[in-house]
Design a protein. Structure first.
Length: 438
């Protein structure tokens, strides 16, 4: 228990710093692929802790990135990050949205490769101006319009930095290699794929990830056996037809609006899959240009989901077939662009059981739940799938925190007590994996 006591003492000593760091990140939120300030901060701190730090194309595979903002938006985000204190040299290396960061620390003795993943991005949400909102009361609400940490990623990044620092200070007590992955663009499930495809977890034996809240909505709760990650794919389908005067010459037009409408209805007619859960949703349809013009353009934003990657692939293929068929029926063109995605999966049972034991040993969790069905998508699953495919183990936890409002709500905030809870759980679990006995 000597290591556990050491970790508890170290985390308790930095409680005020955890809160300060979380609030700084909360004040400066950055959406997916624009996390230049956050990533710069992370890279500088990791370097100061003695980590080998990978940024830019060393951390992210450029041609595997999905759902990128416009070049102008990226340039503006870079300028803003520098104006808010980001290291300009690091920001330059991240040009084009390459905002992933990997820290690598080698301990003196040989042992396994153990990794922790933390997401950094915020939501496209304007934070409430309600004077009762805790961040407003304490002066750390978002300074950026239409950008807000409304899902707790500011806390995830903060905990990751604390874990990185503490483990580096235990270099003579641990064995193997520790990798810490700070991932951009989790919202919209866009970021993990480009880092996984760059090989950042190809040598990992044990991988951990976590999230505040979700189904653990009380501080002191924890779920260590999370199952049922739904595989998902996000598509933008752009239909292009030919405009014509709707009264004088409608026969000269090619109606993209009707093609999109036809596709939207028939996408929801895809049969559910008998092997497991399957989903499809058309979330947005924008079409046409005027009342008296044959609609020559349309955009559908849709998603598929499945309880396994294979079921989701069935839904993907059927969606593409229907989109192309609707375009052919109305004589228009369609471009289908993949803008996000995640794999299916569940925690490795052995690692989940190990984490439950560690949670009990720490003694701070009042409720350690059994199997917890995620029932949604999170692109941690790309890393999970990669690690499990080569015989490694991966697990995702839900760390309980009292919430002021639901995730992605403009009133969202979480109990900052959970920062220390999560840091203790992560540090202790990782320290017990980072041993030459494994």
């Amino acid at each position: 228990m000597e290591i556990l006591n050491e970790i508890i003492a170290k985390v308790d000593a930095m409680k005020d710093d955890l809160i300060k760091q979380r609030r700084d990140i909360h004040r400066h939120p950055e959406t997916g692929w624009t996390e230049f300030r956050t990533a710069s901060l992370v890279a500088e701190k990791l370097s100061s802790y003695g980590y080998e730090v990978l940024v830019g194309e060393k951390a992210v595979k450029k041609d595997a990135m999905m759902g990128l903002p416009s070049d102008e938006a990226l340039r503006n985000a870079q300028k803003r990050a520098v104006s808010e204190g980001a290291n300009p040299d690091l920001v330059e290396k991240m040009t084009g949205g390459l905002t992933g960061v990997v820290g690598i620390f080698h301990f003196a003795k040989p042992g396994p490769v153990v990794a922790l993943r933390c997401d950094m991005d915020c939501n496209d949400v304007t934070e409430t101006s309600d004077e009762k909102h805790f961040p407003n009361q304490q002066g750390f609400s978002s300074t950026h319009e239409k950008e807000m940490h409304a899902c707790g990623h500011d806390g995830h990044t903060t905990v990751g930095l604390a874990v990185a620092k503490i483990l580096s200070e235990m270099k003579d007590e641990l064995a193997g290699t520790f990798k810490i992955i700070f991932q951009p663009a989790e919202e919209g499930v866009r970021g993990a794929h480009a880092m996984a495809e760059n090989g950042v977890v190809d040598d990992v034996d044990y991988l951990l990830g976590a999230h505040f809240g979700f189904k653990m909505k009380h501080t002191g709760d924890i779920a260590c056996d999370v199952t049922g990650f739904l595989a998902t794919t996000k598509f933008d389908a752009t239909f292009t037809g030919k405009p014509a005067h709707a009264g004088a010459a409608p026969e000269e037009g090619r109606n993209a609006l009707l093609a999109a409408a036809c596709a939207a209805l028939n996408l929801h007619a895809i049969p559910r899959h008998s092997a497991g859960v399957s989903r499809i949703n058309v979330g947005k349809l924008i079409a046409g240009s005027g009342r008296n013009v044959v609609g020559d353009k349309a955009l559908i934003q849709l998603e598929t989901r499945g309880s396994t990657t294979e079921i989701n692939k069935f839904m993907e293929d059927e969606a593409a077939r229907i989109l192309n068929a609707a375009a052919a029926m109305y004589g228009v063109d369609v471009e289908i662009k993949k803008v996000g995605g995640a794999a299916g999966g569940s925690n490795s049972p052995e690692l989940a059981a190990f984490l439950k034991d560690k949670a009990k040993e720490i003694g701070i969790f009042k409720n350690i739940v059994g199997e917890c069905d995620f029932g949604a998508s999170e692109d941690f699953s790309y890393f999970m799938e990669k690690v499990q495919s080569h015989g490694g183990q991966a697990a995702y936890m839900m760390v309980g925190a009292e919430l002021a409002a639901g995730h992605h709500d403009s009133h969202f905030n979480f109990d900052e007590t959970a920062l220390a809870h999560s840091a203790k759980m992560m540090c202790y679990s990782l320290s017990q994996l980072l041993t030459s006995k494994k």
